[in-house]
Design a protein around this ligand. Sequence first.
Ligand SMILES: CC(C)(COP(=O)(O)OP(=O)(O)OC[C@H]1O[C@@H](n2cnc3c(N)ncnc32)[C@H](O)[C@@H]1OP(=O)(O)O)[C@@H](O)C(=O)NCCC(=O)NCCS
Length: 187
Amino acid sequence: MSPTTAPPAPVRLARLRWWDVADVAALEAELFGPTAWSAELFWSELAAPGRGAWVARTADGALAGYAVAAAAGADADVQTIATAPWARGRGLGDALLAACEQHAAALGATALLLEVDAGNAPARRLYARHGFEQLARRRDYYGPGADALVLRRRTGPPPPPGDATGEPDAGDGPGPTDDTDPGGRPA
Ligand SMILES: CC(C)(COP(=O)(O)OP(=O)(O)OC[C@H]1O[C@@H](n2cnc3c(N)ncnc32)[C@H](O)[C@@H]1OP(=O)(O)O)[C@@H](O)C(=O)NCCC(=O)NCCS
């Protein structure tokens, strides 16, 4: 399936607004447990510059998913992305990730980065479909045996021939930009 910003009916994508924060934080807690972002962290993300944030809801208002992206200069990051278990396997992850990609490109970023638990197969397949490639592996980042992968994809035009920055960095290169990454958990 090719990436698209059109979410699968009957779910509708909209900008994440202040009135969405309580629902988003509740789903986040359900999905990520002790490493979940708090409502306060979503609030501060909404207030920070360069952010793009979306929710997907059904016609009757049920929250199906959300994503937050941060763009700062050449790099942008997917800060968080998730869909409710009942909404999965219908292309919503695709649509939310495409929204992040379009946001990054619109703000002039040439690369989009994210962090994923190496054991998170569904998320890794989603990112692979969107052309993300591994930039670095952080061993035991989430605990013993639970590595984090830093993934990256280009969002702008390809670099000119001979531009060394077009190649993946060697070894444990820089992760998501420090000024945008709240850290501590995947994506
Ligand atoms: C990772 C995650 C966001 C994916 O969300 P999703 O809504 O299921 O994503 P999609 O529906 O776009 O894709 C999931 C699968 O459904 C398939 N699919 C998409 N639309 C489909 C359709 N109409 N019919 C059948 N299958 C479809 C996709 O091809 C994909 O298959 P694959 O996993 O075998 O490659 C979701 O699993 C999630 O929220 N996980 C928990 C939180 C998390 O891990 N977040 C990422 C942290 S880095």
